[in-house]
Design a protein around this ligand. Structure first.
Ligand code: HEM
Length: 539
């Protein structure tokens, strides 16, 4: 009797999970509120595993692109998730008044259940409160203060590049991998702003911190896969019940190194903040950490961040601020160096607008360089900082998207990679054409076509969770592109194909003129390989 019950217990143990998955799958296919309402691939409607599998491969955005081709503007990409490729749907989901909150994706993304940052806070009211405090770091005054740090770093970066060995009679310098170099630049800037010191990883020679940008990528990928698991509810239950500790132990060494680095860096920055506590304000280090640590509740005047919050928000700012900006710059330089005529036009604008390097500072003149802005927008469009949808959960009362009702609990979103490749919005979406952003009726770019393109273009997102660092990011990008092209010529290294698509990569990734991204919530990438040349000022 005992033997029988033991055996049947074992059998039940092995059979129950697949049976539960199978029954859940049947429910998803036939009884789920989205069943028969939204089309999608069979297995994606049955289970969340295909979506997770493509996230694991890093080409979930390409998979999404393929699904839109098959099923039209909306696809049920997971049993409970509908992703749209449509500007109206975008507006319905990400507007200020949309009846949604961030999805559980963000809860799962947290390293520890109680590490809630502005980004990972899914409660609407709590997020709004956190956001108000974080906003205190992003005033015009703090951006202007930050832009001075940015200029120092960019100038040093240019000096280092300009001192590379000359390779040929035309003065072109040693080939460099732009992504690696720009990662180092932006990391040095963000660490200087967020942690109180530059780690100097853009400098030549050995440096123990050199692989931190790589470690950030590993960290992102690791936690991203947690966020996309099919049984998110289960994972979230286990997180505070031992899973977080287990994940800390099994996280790849690079991710653990990164965690240690953040911990140590914030610890020293907190110590410096305390040391300077009684100094006059102008003598204190006015970086982003300073504004964060000094943020006060406007009503009560009390400091709002405790040490735990400071650690979590500093980590968020480093991650949110470094990879995103570096990806954008890689994209911009990939497309510029792949389109020499556009590059020349941009160089001409920069070199005729500014008479000296010192004129290129964050301000109205730089912001009003029309072609520069257009090249940046076009780069941001084609190389979004995160390629897949930012999931939003429909709240009680439901939401209407393009005339169709979606009940509470449904996850909805739009994916930047596919939004950018929407032929209805852009006509020739795969072409790098900065001119599409500048009204010029004689060239066929009408107010309407620009408005149509703008309606599909939201690199910094919109609504309550949009990018809080947008102005800082734009300052960094404008300064980096303008100061670099003012002083250096640039070209794609001859014969180099790094970063572009190729036939062996498979469907959606074959075009050598498209910058290839790997999905890890943020976009990972390689290349382009470029050569710089010192500008000849007498030419
Ligand atoms: C070109 C560069 C950048 C791009 C394209 C970008 C894009 C975005 C996007 C799309 C989001 C929404 C993410 C989501 O909901 O999952 C976001 C949020 C955020 N970004 Fe950026 N970002 C950039 C640079 C920066 C910088 C420089 C900082 C700060 C130093 C920053 C800080 C943040 C923060 C804190 C959030 C969360 C805001 C909230 O939850 O209310 N970003 N960013």
């Amino acid at each position: 009797m005992l033997g029988f019950s033991f055996t049947s217990g074992l059998v039940a143990l092995f059979l129950l999970p697949p049976l539960a998955i199978f029954l859940k799958g049947l429910y998803n296919l036939f009884l789920h509120p989205l069943a028969n309402k939204v089309p999608g691939p069979f297995w994606a409607r049955f289970s969340g595993l295909p979506s997770w599998y493509y996230a694991y491969r890093g080409d979930r955005h390409i998979w999404l692109q393929g699904q839109f081709k098959t099923y039209g503007y909306r696809v049920r990409i997971e049993p409970n998730t509908v992703v749209f490729c449509d500007p109206q749907a975008y507006a319905a989901i990400y507007s200020m008044k949309a009846n949604v909150r961030r999805g559980l994706f963000y809860e799962a993304y947290k390293r520890h259940a109680n590490d809630t940052t502005t980004l990972t806070c899914i409660d609407v009211a709590a997020h709004a409160r956190k956001r108000r405090y974080l906003n205190l770091c992003f005033t015009e005054r703090s951006i202007l203060a930050a832009s001075r740090f940015v200029i120092d770093h960019v100038d040093r970066w240019i000096d280092i590049i300009a001192s590379e060995e000359i390779q040929d009679a035309d003065g072109w310098l040693h080939v460099i991998n732009f992504s690696d170099r720009v990662d180092a630049l932006i990391f040095d800037i963000m660490a200087d702003l967020g942690f109180g010191k530059s780690f100097g990883i853009k400098e030549p020679g050995d440096n123990p911190f050199k692989n931190i940008p790589h470690n950030i990528s590993v960290y992102m990928k690791f936690y991203y896969l947690m966020s996309r698991v099919p049984f998110l509810g289960l994972l979230l239950w286990f997180k505070p019940h031992g899973l977080d500790r287990l994940l800390d132990l099994i996280a790849p060494p690079a991710a653990r190194q990164y965690n240690r680095f953040v911990h140590d860096s914030v610890t020293s920055r907190i110590a410096l903040h305390r040391e300077q506590e009684h100094n006059p304000e102008e003598e204190r280090r006015q970086d982003m950490f300073y504004f964060l640590a000094e943020a006060r509740d406007p009503k009560t005047g009390t400091i709002v961040y405790d040490e735990n919050d400071l650690r979590a928000e500093s980590n968020l700012l480093l991650i949110a601020g470094s990879d995103t900006t570096a990806i954008s710059l890689s994209g911009i330089f990939f497309y510029l160096t792949g389109n020499p005529l556009k590059l020349n036009k941009l160089v001409e604008e920069i070199r005729t607008t500014f008479q000296s390097l010192d004129d290129i500072v964050y301000g109205q003149r730089l912001r009003s360089c029309t072609y520069l802005r257009a090249c940046i927008d076009e780069g941001l469009r084609l190389a979004p900082s995160g390629p897949c949808e930012l999931p939003r959960e429909v709240l009680s009362g439901g939401i209407e998207i393009k005339g169709q009702f979606y009940p509470a609990g449904t996850i909805v979103g739009t994916a930047p990679w596919t939004n950018s490749r929407n032929a209805e919005a852009y006509g020739d979406p795969d072409v790098f054409r900065p001119e599409r952003w500048i009204v010029d009726e004689s060239a066929g770019v009408t107010k309407e076509s620009v408005a149509r393109a703008r309606a599909a273009f939201h690199p910094f997102l919109s609504g309550p969770g949009n990018c809080i660092g947008k102005n800082l990011a734009m300052a960094e990008i404008l300064i980096t592109v303008a100061r670099t092209l003012y002083q250096l010529d640039v070209r794609r290294a001859p014969e180099s194909t790094l970063g572009g698509g190729s036939p062996e990569l498979g469907w959606g990734k074959t075009d050598p003129n498209q910058f290839q991204l790997v999905d890890a919530y943020i976009s990972l990438r390689k290349g382009p390989e470029v050569q710089f040349r010192r500008r000849r000022f007498d030419a």
